[in-house]
Design a binder for this molecule. Structure first.
Ligand code: PLP
Length: 392
C-alpha cells in the first residue's frame, strides 16, 4: 500500500556506516534506518549469530521454553536495571504492553477508567492505542474514534502534570520519552525525570519511559534514564535491540513486573530464538567494543564540530544532542536537505519539519564523524545561501 513517501534510492548492501545503492554509489549513513542499526550494517557478530541460529532453530512459539529468550531476558534486565521483560516484535507492541500494564495497575487500585498522562509532540507508534498516546494530530487524523484513557500535557512541564494530578483521580501512569525523537530531538531539563518520578511516587502512578529510540546505548548510557537518578517502573525498547532483526521489549520492575500473568498478554513471534540470538549478539558486541562510552564521546565530537562549523549560520536556531541523538534546528522548513545531502553521499533525516536529525551508528570512526559534520555543514550553508538569494 502507498504508506511511505520514499526517497528515490534503493540500497543493495551495507558495511558499517556505509551503504551502496543499486548503481554502486556509496553513502555515509547518519540515519541508521531510524536508529535501528546501532552497530552499523552487516556487523559480523550479528550476521554470524543470525546465520548460526537460522541453521539451528528459528521458531517454536511461547508454548514452550526458549533458552535464548531467557538468556536475553537476563542480559536485558541487567543492563536496564529492571526485574522482568515481555518480548514483542516492534516498538508499538512494546508500548501496547506498557499501556496494558498501566491499566491493570489502575484496576487493581479500584480505578475503573484508568488514565495515562502523555506528552505533546511525542511519538509512541502507529497502533490504535499508541497513535492515541502520540502527540501529533497528523498521526491520529482519520483514525477516530481514538482509544480512551489518555490525557496530554506539554513536554518538560512538571507543573502541568501537577495540575492534572489535582484535577483527576483516574491517573495511573505517565508515559514519556526521556528525549523526544520524532518530535525534534527535544531534551528535557536535567531534573525533569526526577520530577516525574517524585510525582509518580506521591500519587502511586507508574513511571513508564519510552526508550525505543533512546535505548541500547544511543544517548551515551545504556538507557537515557541512566543519565539521571530517577528509576522508572517500566521501560520500552525496540529499534536498536536487534540491529535490524525485528524485536521489541517491555521491561518492568517491582509490582509493575507482576501485572501480566498467563493468559493476559502474549505474542506468537515475540522472543523467538532468531530475534533473541541477534539481540544477544548486539548486547555482547556493545559491551566488548565499549560502545556506550564511545557513543557519548562521538556525540561530543559531533556536537562541538557542528557548533563550530555552523557558528555563523543565522538559519540555525539550535544545535542539541545527547550522545548520538542529535538535532540541528533551522528557522524554516528544511525537508529538502535530505535530498541535497543524499546527492553528496550522506543520509540524514529531517523531522518536525525543520530539525535535521542525526542518528549515526555507535561504531562510527572519528573520521566518519568528521565527514558527517562537513556534509551537514555544507548542505545547511548552501541551503541558507540559496534561501537568502531567493529572498533578495
Ligand atoms: C520508532 C518509535 C516507536 C515505534 O516503534 P515501531 O517499531 O515503529 O512500532 C515508538 N516510540 C518511539 C520513541 C520511537 O522512536
Amino acid at each position: 500500500m502507498n504508506t511511505y513517501g520514499r526517497q528515490p534510492v534503493t540500497f543493495e548492501r551495507g558495511a558499517g556506516a556505509w551503504l551502496w545503492d543499486t548503481q554502486n554509489n556509496k553513502y555515509l549513513d547518519a540515519f541508521s534506518g531510524v536508529a535501528v542499526c546501532g552497530l552499523g550494517h552487516a556487523h559480523p557478530a550479528v550476521t554470524a549469530a543470525i546465520c548460526q541460529q537460522a541453521g539451528r532453530l528459528v521458531h517454536t512459539s511461547n508454548h514452550f521454553g526458549i533458552a535464548l529468550q531467557e538468556e536475553l531476558g537476563a542480559q536485558l534486565t541487567r543492563i536496564a536495571g529492571m526485574d522482568k521483560v515481555f518480548f514483542g516484535n516492534s516498538g508499538a507492541e512494546a508500548n501496547e504492553a506498557a499501556i496494558k500494564i498501566a491499566r491493570l495497575h489502575g484496576h487493581r487500585r479500584g480505578i475503573a477508567t484508568p488514565t495515562i498522562i502523555v506528552a505533546e509532540n511525542s511519538f509512541h507508534g502507529r497502533t490504535l492505542a499508541t497513535l492515541t498516546a502520540t502527540g501529533n494530530r497528523k498521526i491520529q487524523a482519520g483514525f477516530e474514534p481514538l482509544v480512551q484513557g489518555f490525557v496530554r500535557v506539554p513536554y518538560n512541564d512538571l507543573e502541568a502534570m501537577r495540575t492534572v494530578a489535582r484535577n483527576s483521580a483516574n491517573i495511573v501512569a505517565v508515559l514519556v520519552e526521556p528525549v523526544q525523537g520524532e518530535g525534534g530531538v527535544h531534551i528535557p531539563a536535567d531534573d525533569y525525570l526526577a520530577g516525574v518520578r517524585a510525582l509518580c511516587d506521591e500519587h502511586g502512578w507508574l513511571m513508564m519511559l519510552d526508550e525505543i529510540q533512546t535505548g541500547m546505548g544511543r544517548t551515551g548510557r545504556w538507557f537515557a534514564y541512566q543519565h539521571t537518578n530517577a528509576i522508572p517502573d517500566v521501560i520500552t525498547v525496540a529499534k536498536a535491540l536487534g540491529n535490524g532483526v525485528p524485536i521489541g521489549a517491555c521491561l518492568a520492575r517491582g509490582e509493575a513486573a507482576e501485572m501480566l500473568q498467563p493468559g493476559s498478554h502474549g505474542s506468537t513471534f515475540g522472543g523467538n530464538p532468531l530475534a533473541c540470538a541477534a539481540a544477544l549478539a548486539v548486547i555482547t558486541t556493545i559491551e566488548q567494543e565499549k560502545l556506550v562510552a564511545r557513543a557519548a564521546a562521538l556525540g561530543e565530537r559531533l556536537l562541538s564540530g557542528l557548533n563550530h562549523a555552523l557558528r555563523d549560520c543565522k538559519h540555525v536556531t539550535a544545535i542539541r544532542g545527547k550522545g548520538l541523538m542529535i538535532g540541528v534546528e533551522l528557522n524554516r522548513p528544511c525537508a529538502a536537505l535530505i535530498h541535497t545531502a543524499r546527492a553528496r553521499g550522506l543520509l540524514i533525516n529531517v523531522t518536525a519539519e525543520r530539525v535535521i536529525r542525526l542518528l549515526p551508528p555507535l561504531t562510527l570512526s572519528d573520521a566518519e564523524a568528521d565527514l558527517i559534520i562537513e556534509g551537514v555543514a555544507a548542505v545547511v550553508r548552501d541551503f541558507a545561501n540559496s534561501e537568502t538569494a531567493g529572498a533578495a
